[in-house]
Design a protein around this ligand. Structure first.
Ligand code: SAH
Length: 262
């Protein structure tokens, strides 16, 4: 465990979690409570978390800033010997654009560390009260997205990923539901009957859940008016919620012994 974080002159990349301010880690919260400079991603980080910063803490929203402007703030803070926090939504390592920031800090000779966060997938699963891995149905979770302005490598086109089946968690894609459904069907494993759940702003007070199948989800999401800030879960695990016939796990099977139970 890292002692007394953040250190002066260091940047901590902190996962803010999905929205509910109580879903930040204890370590992330302590970092905010000691921060002297905070740069937060205003589009999805709950501003209530900023109430945790000490008075006098310098707070910047990165939404209107470009990379160089963000870096300038981080680097100037560190060079002034301050404790700097870069607060990202969910987990910083997933669609967080932190690699480019870390590379620039390396080049500037500035130390940094990353504190993980609860990603949107797990907030969505919690809201749905749905396990994403069920014995005999799916033991694989794929976190991916459709190509938007940010391209996706050819080998990872959604139809190719969908050909593996399993449970899919789709970020940054709810604004393209028709394309998404067409790509998932083109994989040849999912069908019009495959269950889908869309969770808008999981863990926020205005959270919304829309459920259906690949045949009707695009229409339902359209009717709900959801065009952004939503996570899409796809796969047979979701049908266990309606029919309640999931196979029992081995972990708690009385006839199954393991390291903690003979
Ligand atoms: N680092 C973040 C993802 C950032 S990309 C994480 O780990 O969650 C932004 C996308 O994440 C959004 O377009 C949406 O697909 C998803 N997202 C982030 N927060 C969400 C939330 N509270 N509910 C549903 N989806 C969310």
């Amino acid at each position: 465990m890292t002692a007394s974080m953040p250190e002066a002159g260091q940047v901590l990349f902190v996962g803010a979690g999905p929205g509910d301010p109580e879903l930040i880690t204890v370590k992330g919260l302590k970092a905010l409570q000691q921060a002297e400079v905070v740069v937060y991603a205003g589009s999805l980080v709950n501003p209530a978390l900023l109430d945790e910063c000490p008075s006098g803490c310098e707070i910047h929203d990165s939404a209107p800033l470009n990379l160089d402007q963000v870096l300038q703030i981080l680097i100037a803070g560190c060079r002034a010997g301050k404790k700097v926090v870069r607060l990202h939504t969910g987990d910083p390592c997933l669609y967080g654009a932190i690699q480019e920031q870390m590379e620039a800090l390396d080049a500037a000779g500035i130390d940094y560390a990353v504190i993980p966060g609860v990603t949107a997938t797990f907030a969505a699963a919690a809201s749905l009260k749905q396990e994403l891995t069920l014995p005999g149905i799916s033991q694989t979770l794929t976190l991916t997205r459709l190509a938007g302005r940010t391209p996706v490598p050819e080998k990872e086109q959604l139809r190719r990923i969908a050909a593996n089946g399993g449970t899919l968690c789709l970020y940054l894609s709810v604004g393209m539901m028709e394309t998404l459904v067409a790509e998932l069907l083109a994989g040849g494993v999912f069908t019009g009957k495959t269950p889908v759940a869309v969770v808008y702003r999981a863990s926020w007070p205005d959270e919304q859940m829309v459920e259906g199948t690949l045949a009707n989800i695009a229409e339902r999401v359209g009717l709900a008016g959801i065009t952004r800030q939503a996570l899409i879960l796809v796969g047979e695990v979701l049908s266990a919620r309606s029919n309640g016939v999931s196979e029992k796990s081995k972990l708690y099977d009385p006839d199954f012994s393991h390291g903690y139970r003979k």
